[in-house]
Design a protein around this ligand. Sequence first.
Ligand SMILES: [Zn+2]
Length: 363
Amino acid sequence: MDTNDGVAATGDAAPDSPATATSGVPEFVEVPEAVQAPLPVAELHLHIEGTLEPELIFALAERNGIQLPYADLDELRSRYEFTDLQSFLDLYYANMAVLRTEQDFADMTRAYLSRAALAGVRHAEIMLDPQAHLSRGVALETCVNGVASVLAVSEQEFGISTLLIAAFLRDLSEDSALEVLEKLLAMDAPIAGIGLDSAEVGNPPAKFERLFARAKDAGLHRIAHAGEEGPPSYIIDALEILDVERIDHGIRCMEDPELVERLVNELMPLTVCPLSNVRLRAVDTLNEHPLPAMLAAGLNVSVNSDDPAYFGGYVDDNFAQLRSVIGLSEFDCVRMAANSIRSSFASDERKAELLAELAASGH
Ligand SMILES: [Zn+2]
């Protein structure tokens, strides 16, 4: 999927600015010629299943002898017009049917890392939804080992340090989540933390109090989607009941000034996904996105791609659209890149290395 169409419109760049023409930066943004490499960032909100591009879906279907309900790539792509979170989730889960073997999960992960490296991602904390695969008869070891085998060589092969996060589907029961978490712990799965995703409204954080307590006992990091479609109270409950260290999305905090003040004071990271919010109609257009107001309020926000194969692009595409559509300043872009690195669960040493890289990047 070429998501750069209409975004990095560099084809008409003035002939005397060849550096700009090849940089992927829209020509109307004034940047020094030396700035060519993408902003070095940490990607903190990424679902590996959401990186499954249409071409890979067809390739895996063929390899596994699976008949897809779409005649061709165009028919599949025509389904990518979503009306809300649920309409996306329906297609998202349907497409996962092509993931059967460890090799499938490994190929998907490799494709993401390869694309993310071009996007400037230098550290990635990647969510995997084990329950979405267990329910299709795919073993826990198959999905975990498939993804983890590639993450293990990511730093050497792609220059991207990584952590794996097991995310739980909030529309399923807490007992189901607890059962899977115990299995992950028993098999010594290489997970750094747990997350909470899928259909938010009607599945409040309190439903998973025991799961998050268990994860904390086990020494795991804790994050949760909250305040994407759900109300600001879900963000408060994720902080107070689940004791999370980061909020995924969190954009609806802006409806509650007291909550904003608290999030600012606590430096709570919010992993914002602008293109996702537009595609899933959490906001109508990018121009109406609360990100500039969130920055002005002093919130600790970063830019992430969520499910890039479905939402119109990777981290660099998100930054490119924020620059060109909203006119986000280079200062704010660098500030969010620094936020992403500081808000990661990487070691202090790795964070220092990446912050130094950011400072030296010329951005
Ligand atoms: Zn998400």
